[in-house]
Design a protein around this ligand. Sequence first.
Ligand code: NAD
Length: 472
Amino acid sequence: MIFDSDYTLTIGGEGVAGASSFDVLNPANETVIAQAPDASRQQLDQAVAAARAAFPAWSATPIAERRKAVLALAGAMFANVEALLSLLTREQGKPHADARNDVLGGAMWLQGATTLDLPETVNEDSDTRRSITRHIPIGVVGAIAPWNFPVVLAMFKLAPALVAGNTVVLKPSPFTPLTTLKIGELARSVLPPGVLNVVSGGDALGPWMTSHPGIDKISFTGSTQTGRKVMASAADSLKRITLELGGNDAAIVLPDVDVKKVAEDLFWAAFRNSGQICIASKRMYVHKDVYEPLKQALVDYAATVKMGDGADQGTQLGPIQNKQQHQRVLELIEDARAQGYQFLTGGEGSSAPGYFVPITILDNPPEDSRIVQEEQFGPILPLLKVDSIEEAIERANTSEYGLGASVWSSDTAAALAVGQRLQAGTVWINETQHLSPLVSFAGLKQSGLGVENGLDGLLEYTNTQTIVVRKG
Ligand code: NAD
């Protein structure tokens, strides 16, 4: 199979050329690297029809067989990891090591979902009646993915949807469609036709999916703003929805922390993937007793980190993924400069090609500043000094978001006590961003609706059905 050209939609198990095409750029140098198929409305209809046609047989296939097919897709990804990761770096910008994790993570998510079981509850089993509650597949799932982790976040959806017996129409972001289209191509030889359809396209394609009468559920990962539109659009046909949305995660650093030990981890908590992670630490509340040494340690470490083209050896941070996001990040930096906030490092622009933004750390900007209140989604971190742990908890919890949070301390029990008071779907102590296909992941407040991963995540791809049998 060729990975660096010939990108086609996957519809009903076949490769299909797009009705038209659009450019895909390498964000490290802004050159066009490929033409991606732009699916027409009619092609979306065909993909949905193929998924509907495949649903009766796939949902009736024993779960053990479905698991085997999902594992075969994971196997195909493992077997082609080198080709997939280099394609992913070219379209997404992330360094090869991170691209490898995205692809391997995607394959491992497929594997992980196959270890989950759909529970059945016996409500009553008496002389007169047997009542059970079980979980049945919903139908056709429309899966919509973002550009920051194109592979693994698509697999967050695909893996449980398929194991639970649904068929899928998957749409990658128009900024990063290529690797997903190739995974669709790999799937053609391991999944029955129509079980997985992959469509790429422009801005109209997502709304066509969320309003499509043939799609029963939408599983969406992206911004909170788009999530609201998805929810409104799904209302007409009462589609089931799962929304994984934006975040503005707080990291709280307690006064007893060993600065030398945690500085590097805190750096990567904020800057991995150039800050383009929904669960990146985007506000760091540091107790005044350790503020100065931690500030220095972060700045010193930042100076050692290499930013550049993800395909170059030794690159640790890549560019911002697309022009739109690049402009937004630069605008936030401009706002911080205009307000007179202090930059500890970074903050300057570059005229070289590529959507690069240098590692930028701000020294204690006000709580109500845009850089603190808004999700930056770029390599910028506001470092915030707090007088007390109570103040840190209060400020962390005032955000409209509630995706993740972390607490850092030499005293695990003290950190846990703080963590339990944070309004976030996942709270980590002395680490961040640890996710598993077997562990529930959910956003509180404006960060989402529903759950991904784990048994809770699997159940989101099912309807609940109770069967009551009268005896005698
Ligand atoms: P986005 O909302 O712009 O786009 C996400 C996807 O939705 C893309 O495939 C896009 O084409 C599609 N889309 C756009 N408009 C649509 C519409 N009206 N209807 C249906 N689909 C539409 O998000 P993005 O910029 O690709 O991703 C960045 C955002 O995603 C950040 O806010 C980040 O925090 C969030 N995110 C959340 C999680 C999570 O698990 N909670 C994970 C990763 C990213």
